[in-house]
Design a protein around this ligand. Structure first.
Ligand code: F6R
Length: 267
């Protein structure tokens, strides 16, 4: 895992956007894995800014989101489809037909959505770069603690903690789903590269378990230790409990000077 600790959340988003831009420069038809949540908002804002300044184009790109609530329609403003349209897709030049979420249409058997989504990802050639956040309980996508480390896209019940964490986004009168369809842990591990962003003190414990704890289904993000190409971008607060912090900073400096030497850095 490459662990990069930056001053604040804005710097995390900015480096994240730069890494996505670098991918699209070399691979304009990249398949992006996307996430929702508060952490990703700053990243999407920076990507939109880059698009507006003609630094980046999504015209050939396609995307697959990690998850979608089960039980609310795509046109409900609380759906992840609505979030993605509002915060990102409607503001860039991506072809909406090439953007995908594991949505269950009204009346459709939700059990069938997962295998279909897996097939679509595979038909697209697999995910080049999976962007993601991490839950306070170590979840990735909606793979909650105790999820099978070999799981694929399927229906999951949110933990009470995740339900409570997300309740801040729902008004008292709104229906808040307890179920979601999420890419599985094995689906996520199939991505060629993974870029995980975490900011804020409330993520520090989950981050420390993910990076320095044992690989365990009780912290689903810890499986990322087994992936060859993971970059974790953290702000100071989210990195607060990392014991090996000095080494990560030291490694980052070495990697940066190596990239500069071989001119691997662009903006
Ligand atoms: C959302 C998702 C979740 C979030 C995680 C962090 O698509 O997959 O795993 O990334 O819950 O959410 P925030 O950023 O709101 O703390």
């Amino acid at each position: 895992m490459e662990i990069i600790v930056l001053k604040d959340a804005e710097k995390v988003a900015s480096l994240g956007a730069k890494l996505v831009s670098e991918l699209l420069r070399v691979r304009p038809a990249a398949v992006l894995g996307l996430a929702t949540g508060s952490t990703q908002l700053a990243l999407y804002r920076q990507l939109v800014e880059r698009y507006e300044n003609n630094k980046i184009s999504f015209s050939q790109a396609s995307s697959f989101n990690l998850d979608e609530y089960l039980g609310i329609a795509a046109d409900n403003p609380q759906s992840y489809r609505a979030y993605m349209d509002r915060e990102f897709f409607d503001r860039i030049n991506i072809d909406k037909d090439n953007t995908h979420l594991p949505c269950c249409e009204d009346g459709e058997n939700p059990v069938l959505v997962g295998p279909r989504y897996e097939q679509m990802i595979s038909d697209a050639g697999g995910i080049d770069l999976q962007l993601m956040g991490i839950g306070v309980n170590g979840h990735i996508g909606f793979n909650e603690p105790s999820s099978s480390l070999s799981s694929r896209t399927r229906v999951k019940t949110l933990t009470q903690q995740t339900y409570r964490d997300n309740s801040r986004l729902f008004s008292k009168t709104e229906f808040q789903p307890k179920l979601a369809i999420t890419m599985g842990i094995a689906t996520i591990m199939d991505a060629r590269k993974i870029l995980l962003l975490a900011t804020g003190e409330n993520k520090a414990e989950a981050v420390s378990k993910m990076v320095e704890g044992p690989v365990s289904a009780m912290c689903p993000a810890s499986i990322l230790q087994m992936h060859e190409q993971v970059t974790v971008l953290l702000d100071e607060a989210a990195a607060g409990l990392l014991e090996n912090r000095e080494y990560y900073d030291w490694t980052y400096l070495q990697n940066e000077s190596l990239k500069k030497r071989f001119r691997l850095i662009h903006d």
